[in-house]
Structure formats: structure tokens, C-alpha cells
Ligand binder design. Structure first.
Ligand code: UD1
Ligand code: UDP
Length: 353
């Protein structure tokens, strides 16, 4: 008999990166259910992806919403523990590094249920990022660690996690890109030849007024220097903070966050992507689009090694220099994130154990 799996998700990237896993569970007719924490709840960060990716409605909705990180994580622990006790799965599957992932992992551990962590072994070595703490705690609490690359496996082994718990599977984002690329559409970039796409939402960038203002100014300078429109589908967190700090985006075209098919299409047509997103660094690499990361580090160093990405920091000088280098570099690279069969491999490993 197949093992019963509880898939927990709660934010935009988890919905996208778990979608191939949920499809695979359905395809193999494996007993499973989904829990949505409600960490993301706005239509454009949540429901639009369920509709577009044709995912069934989650069996359980925790509706924790936006609150302080500790309370949010605490509510996820409390509510998921209750569900795990009432409808006990054999395995809890989580993906990535959000508070949802941490909360569900703690609840599973406290209930004695093994945890599978998809996208294990990523490290920025910057503990001021909430995601870094979440990743470390979840990796060290998990029973099955699905490392996307040999590099992430080596990191886990370097932290003394037993080799037998670690499986190199590729990243499910490759599966998601392959499954959805034919639906990609240019949206607001229809008919545009040269443009630069931005995504920026990380706490360390947008909750710091000086840093956010400096990055916004740099985006305008890039647009001016390279004579290209810069388009920024804005995350609600960044929108809220931009309003609070009175950030001036100058000539940058700021639009509401877009659906997945549109963001894929906008990435495919871009001359350059500037981002602080984890998933977008990966997608740019998979789609063959040059990328610069608006942070001081990256937990996706494989993208730097293959030449698809540069860490550009947050000062105008370095951002301009990196943007120029990446647009001049006419290099091709091979994506290090696998062949697009990560979901199948993950499910097969779990069912074989
Ligand atoms: C979270 C993750 C981050 C991930 C991102 C994906 C953590 C610590 N952070 O960050 O790693 O990259 O999701 O997008 O888990 N808001 C809305 N509508 C929503 C959700 C949030 O307006 O549906 C606004 C609220 O003002 C909220 C703010 O965004 O306070 C931040 O939301 P939160 O979920 O705490 O963090 P993200 O920045 O989305
Ligand atoms: N994305 C989207 N619409 C947007 C911006 C991003 O669909 O307006 C997708 C993007 O293609 C990627 C994922 O959201 O698959 C990345 O999520 P996000 O940047 O929110 O989180 P992170 O990866 O940084 O945790």
C-alpha cells in the first residue's frame, strides 16, 4: 500500500514548486492531502496559481495570514499538529525555506512523523535572513533531504547529516518550467524587443528604507544607461514598504505582481533579469536569460559557477557594472538544476522507503 503523504505549502514559490509534486502524487494515485498555511492569501500571490496550474483546492486551510514571524510560525505549528493528529500521514513534505516550512516541520517532528524537505542544503551563510535560519532548522530536522544539486548534498554532508538521508533529485522548478513553458505569455511586455525585468521583495532589501531607495535608484540608472525599459511586477510586501518609505521608482515601470504564465513569458523575453528572488535566479538560469542578484550573497552558487548569474549587491556602481557585464557576455550555459524529473524521483524515493 502506498504511503500517505501530507504536502504543506503556503506561499507563491511553494505553490509553484510543489505543483509538479502534487501532479505526480495524483498521477501515481498515491493517498495524499494538501495543507495551505495561508501565509500568502492575496489572489495574486495564491489563488491565481491554483487556478492556472489546475491544482485541486487544499484539503486544509490554516489561514494564519500576515502577523509577526514568531506568531505566524507558532500558529502553523499549532494548527498543523492538530491536523497531523486527526489525519495522520506517513510523511510530511515541505519545500523551501519559508515560515510555513519551518512551522509544518516542527509540528511533524513533535507528532513523530518523518519529514521530507524538498530543496534541502541551500545556504547563504547569512543568518540575518529569516530564510537561512528556516533552512538550517528544517534540514537538521528532516528525515529525507532532497538536495537539488551535488553542491547542496555536499553542504548537508559537511554539516554531518548522514549520507543515507540525502538524495540528489534536481529542483522541482525545472519540472514546473517545463510543464508550463508552452503557456508562457508576454503580458505587458507584448511587442517589446529589449527590456529588463525586475523582481524584488526580500525583507533585507525592502524593509530597510536606505537600501530599498538605493536599489530603486539603481534600477532607474540601469534603465537610463542601457536605454531599456525596466519593468517591475511588485510583491505586496515591497508595495507596502515602498509606500511607507516614499520610495521613488523614477522611470521604472511598476506593475502589480503577475500570474505564473505571464511571469514566465516576461522572463523569456527579457534582455536581463534583476532579482533578489531565489526561484527567479533559478528560472533565469533554466530559461537561458542573464541574471543579476540584488543581494550580497546567494544560496544558489551553481548559477554563478555556470555563468548565468552575478551577485550585484545593492550599490548603483556594482549593479550597473554587473548589468553591463551580463548583457555583454554572450555565453551559453547548462542549467545545473536537473532534467525536470525531480518530482517523480522524490515520490519514487519516498514510496520505495
Ligand atoms: C515570504 C517568505 C520568503 C519568500 C516569499 C515569497 C518567510 C520568512 N518569507 O516572504 O522567503 O521569498 O514569501 O514570495 O517565510 N502580504 C500581502 N498578501 C499576501 C501575503 C503577504 O499583502 O498574500 C503582505 C503583507 O503586508 C505581509 C507582507 O506581505 O506583511 C509579507 O508577507 P510574509 O508572508 O510575511 O513574507 P513575504 O515577504 O511574502
Ligand atoms: N513569480 C510570479 N509572478 C511574479 C513574480 C514571480 O509568478 O510577479 C514567480 C516566479 O516565476 C517564481 C516564483 O514566483 O517561480 C518566485 O517566488 P518569489 O520570488 O516570491 O519567492 P522566492 O523564490 O524568492 O522565495
Amino acid at each position: 500500500m502506498s504511503k500517505k503523504i501530507a504536502v504543506v505549502l503556503g506561499t507563491r514559490p511553494e505553490i509553484i514548486k510543489m505543483s509538479p509534486v502534487i501532479r505526480e502524487l495524483a498521477r501515481q494515485k498515491i493517498n495524499h492531502y494538501t495543507i495551505h498555511s495561508g501565509q500568502h492569501y492575496s489572489y495574486g500571490l495564491d489563488k491565481v496559481f491554483f487556478e492556472q496550474l489546475k491544482l485541486p483546492k487544499p484539503r486544509y486551510k490554516l489561514e494564519v495570514g500576515s502577523t509577526s514571524p514568531g506568531k505566524q510560525t507558532g500558529l502553523i505549528i499549532t494548527y498543523s499538529e492538530r491536523i497531523f493528529q486527526r489525519n495522520r500521514p506517513d510523511i510530511v513534505l515541505v519545500q523551501g525555506d519559508t515560515n510555513t516550512v519551518l512551522g509544518a516541520t516542527i509540528a511533524a517532528c513533535k507528532t513523530g512523523i518523518p519529514v521530507g524537505h524538498i530543496e534541502a542544503g541551500l545556504r547563504s551563510y547569512d543568518k540575518s535572513m529569516p530564510e537561512e535560519l528556516n533552512r538550517i532548522l528544517v534540514d537538521h530536522s528532516s528525515d529525507y533531504l532532497f538536495a537539488p544539486t551535488p553542491e547542496s548534498r555536499d553542504i548537508l554532508q559537511g554539516e554531518s547529516i548522514p549520507r543515507k538521508k540525502i538524495f540528489v533529485t534536481g529542483n522541482t522548478i525545472v519540472d514546473a518550467v517545463i510543464q508550463n513553458t508552452t503557456h508562457a505569455k508576454p503580458g505587458p511586455t507584448a511587442g517589446m524587443k529589449n527590456y529588463i525585468l525586475v523582481s524584488l521583495h526580500r525583507q533585507e532589501n525592502v524593509d530597510n528604507p536606505a537600501r530599498f531607495a538605493r536599489i530603486a535608484k539603481s534600477l532607474g540608472m540601469v534603465s537610463q544607461k542601457f536605454q531599456m525599459p525596466v519593468i517591475y511586477p511588485i510583491h505586496p510586501r515591497s508595495k507596502k514598504m515602498a509606500k511607507k518609505f516614499g520610495i521613488n521608482f523614477g522611470q521604472v515601470k511598476v506593475i502589480p505582481a503577475v500570474d505564473y504564465f505571464t511571469f514566465l513569458g516576461m522572463q523569456k523575453g527579457a534582455s536581463l533579469i534583476m532579482t533578489d528572488s531565489g526561484g527567479v535566479q533559478e528560472e533565469a538560469c533554466i530559461l537561458g536569460i542573464p541574471c543579476i542578484t540584488l543581494r550580497d550573497n546567494t544560496e544558489r552558487p551553481e548559477t554563478i559557477s555556470v555563468g548565468s548569474n552575478m551577485v550585484a549587491g545593492t550599490t548603483p556602481e556594482k549593479i550597473l557594472r554587473c548589468a553591463g557585464t551580463m548583457m555583454r557576455n554572450n555565453i551559453k550555459w547548462k542549467s545545473p538544476f536537473g532534467r525536470g524529473d525531480a518530482a517523480r524521483r522524490i515520490i519514487n524515493i519516498l514510496q520505495a522507503k
